[in-house]
Design a protein around this ligand. Sequence first.
Ligand code: NAD
Length: 289
Amino acid sequence: MKIAFIGLGNMGGGMAANLVKAGHEVAAFDVSEAARARAAEQGCTPFPTIGAALAGAEAVITMLPNGAIVRTVYTDDVLRVVAPGTVLIDSSTIDLDTARSVIQMAAEAGCVMVDAPVSGGVAAAAAGTLTFMVGGTDAGFARAAPVLEPMAKAVIRAGESGAGQIAKMCNNMLLAIHMIGTCEALKLAERAGLDPQTFYEISSRSTGSCWSLDAYTPMPGVGAASPADNGYAGGFASALMLKDLRLAMAGAAGAGANVALGEHATALYEAFVEQGGGAKDFGAIFTTL
Ligand code: NAD
């Protein structure tokens, strides 16, 4: 299949490489020349313009920083170039309103489009073990799923258009809340006189168990290996968590949902990023306690 891949950054670079490994012809475009060069090393065919990359594509995947860029790329380029019937997949994490409105425009242009944000970070993108949460029609999902498979551990249909973004914002809001709660519990255990490692052994096998505690323990030297053991380098940047929390807060406002803990988590990550913590893994919120 000829697949145009737009946005070859930390996530998109690895994803495009896995499509090449699966035998697809990947026409790659990124505004960054360095990103295009890296994609070429992985077997993609780089193009200097987006229009050239899109020409003749049977499927298009976008993995871009935010909703404003996604909207511009689709309205200015993708929807002007691709043939009706092309399957369009946006895997960026963006706001629900933009996701739904771009999908609507794609449908009016005769294309099949799904929102398919991912869970799993840069390592999962490189390993081809992302979880895709897909919003779209039955027919859209049936067309998109085989394209996503080589990059995925799981491809799950979340529901109609936008449902993938809803799943993503709810998941990451929950993750932020779990992470902050895990940090507080580890710190409380230590302050109150319990060895944090002993607390980890008990709680990871008790009802306090959660991914942040069990598999990504945010206290250096305690529990599972995580970026905490490496000065909070790598992992999932706090600035990206803040981006996702802001999307969740906008989604909650639009849906009239009460997200008191989500709002509090957003305020804590905002303060941490303002203090210069944006590039550190999101478990580094531990250091503020
Ligand atoms: P990134 O900044 O590394 O990559 C984005 C790429 O898009 C860059 O290479 C940039 O040059 C390119 N780009 C920007 N504008 C463009 C345009 N108009 N046309 C073509 N290319 C353009 O970001 P990332 O970490 O790869 O994240 C991409 C998306 O995936 C984001 O929406 C992010 O929220 C989401 N996401 C990231 C992670 C993660 O751990 N990094 C995890 C899950 C989801």
